[in-house]
Ligand binder design. Sequence first.
Ligand code: ATP
Ligand code: MG
Length: 413
Amino acid sequence: MRIEMPYEAEWIINKIRERGYEAFAVGGCVRDVLLGRTPEDWDVTTSAMPEEVKAIFGKTVDTGLQHGTVTIIKNRRGYEVTTYRIDGEYHDGRHPDSVEFTRSLTEDLKRRDFTINAMAYSHETGIVDEFDGMTDLKNGIIRCVGCAHDRFTEDALRILRAIRFAAQLDFSIEDETYKAISDIAPNLAKVSKERIQVELTKLLLSDHPEKMAMVFETGIAAYVTEGFADIFKREAQSGGDCCAEFAEKFGRIGALPREKSLRWAAFLRFLAPEQAVKILKGLKLDNETIGNVKAMLDVFGDPPKPEKASVRRVLSRTTESQFEGGLCLRELENDSSVPRIRELWEQIRDAGDCLSLKELAVGGSDLIALGMKPGKEIGETLNALLEMVLEKPELNDREKLLSVVMRGPADIR
Ligand code: ATP
Ligand code: MG
């Protein structure tokens, strides 16, 4: 079978082979091409030692030299070339104590996590598939290379990778692999929160975020981060299976736009916003995402009434995309007032109504010119004017607002 590769990957592989070493495209790119998906990046595995790789190419970056990875820059894109390696003992359940380079492709494929990720390809050899990854790929199965129990014990992150790939590819997890996930779940406590978060985010952004159910079904949830297990608790008396119950609450997340904050918010929407924030902080999500999720959950928990002033008031506290996100969450609950709210929002936008202090027709300097002392009072007055304008947008006029201020605070409120 011949696989089409980008020119740059072909060029790299050929240059290494010309020097007498072996080189293959490997892992995710081979898997994705065989599935008819477009690979994100093309990784190369080679028998050449890192120094040998560096000697072949002029421009290289030492990205992970201790793990044997050299990045080749070609046409302004980076391609990772990694020397065949055998991972040493894992004592911390996270990283091998050492890595050993080898000249054997088989050894390198053996260290990889799943059969579908352990295939290599070159034009000369075709697909190298020593663990029957092709069959698993055809049947839609995630299966560890070798003994699942051992592989998860070496590196507990693989537990979440298994579920994440199942969600991205709509695959099922082979029985032995699935059982091992439950057994080794407590080891997840040793994995860094950032790495856990990256996998969970990929899972939520996949086509099948409802497969998050497995995180709860397998008992992993307790080891993800504090409070995570509270996101979904099975009804005590329910006899049905966990996944069905989960799908009922979270099944529609996959229909939402593929947006990080929105999908996290949808997943956390049954928690109080503060609880959600705590989980996201625990997982080391970036502040921007946390802020967006919080704002969306606030809209979700306290949505506007289908009246213009109410819509404007909520909009004054959010960005447009946060507001949109909040409405999407309401739609998940079949809130029938959402279409009307969207209509009003459209009208508000068309009218260009003032929604923030920035758009208010007067500013701090206008109040100072009226004799107000710089300080707290100015902020309070501007906020009170904004409240008024959110109620009656036609009042957003410099003359009108200044006359209100001159008449005194009683008139503002
Ligand atoms: P994607 O890039 O879409 O997340 P991928 O399969 O390319 O998927 P990467 O994390 O980029 O995943 O890793 C590249 C390859 O390295 C994998 O296909 C797999 O063969 C191997 N690999 C990555 N992480 C591990 C791990 N924790 N344990 C064993 N092998 C791994
Ligand atoms: Mg990859």
